[in-house]
Design a protein around this ligand. Structure first.
Ligand code: HEC
Length: 134
């Protein structure tokens, strides 16, 4: 048998036995693209399309420590920041609403998008991890 053929067989076998939880590069790219759209629809009006937010109103998401903290990001999107009330100069409360109406897949994709865009590394979150945090 030619070596090439044997190598092909081995790689097909590896593909078939690869654990399904591991995201392929294409899955990750798709997730980032979906996340970009979902971010624009749901987060951009406050945090702005460039993620810098608005001084004194909406925090910048350009924060590498924050964008490496999977659990905190999932929890922030699901629950918002209703506990942590800050009053602006004009006395208005700056709160982030719960965004738990988003699907698990959309939340995972948004986290992939923001971590890929403004963090050190893309954070892979599975829809199951979001579901478990609900
Ligand atoms: C209505 C405006 C609004 C929308 C929409 C919104 N946010 Fe926020 N977000 C805020 C505010 C205000 C805070 C700061 C709350 C506080 O004082 O802790 C915040 C905080 C955060 C934080 C924590 C920042 C930090 O430094 O701790 C993250 C992460 C975040 N938002 C992500 C998102 C994502 C992702 C979306 C879309 C799914 C989103 N936000 C939608 C207003 C918003």
């Amino acid at each position: 048998m030619p070596v090439n053929f044997i190598l092909r067989l081995i790689s097909v076998a590896l593909l078939l036995t690869a654990p399904s939880g591991i995201a392929s590069e294409r899955d990750v790219r798709n997730s980032i693209a979906l996340g970009a759209l979902a971010f624009a629809d749901n987060c951009g009006k406050c945090h702005q399309a460039d993620g810098y937010g608005e001084e004194g109103l909406y925090p910048s998401l350009h924060n590498t420590a924050l964008l490496a903290d999977k659990d905190l990001l999932i929890k922030t999107v699901l629950s918002g920041r209703m506990g942590h009330v800050e009053k602006g100069d004009d006395g208005t409360e700056r709160l982030m609403p719960s965004m738990d109406f988003l699907t698990n897949g959309e939340i995972a994709a948004i986290i992939a998008f923001i971590s890929n865009s403004w963090g050190d590394d893309v954070l892979i979150v599975t829809p199951e991890e979001v579901q478990d945090a609900r």
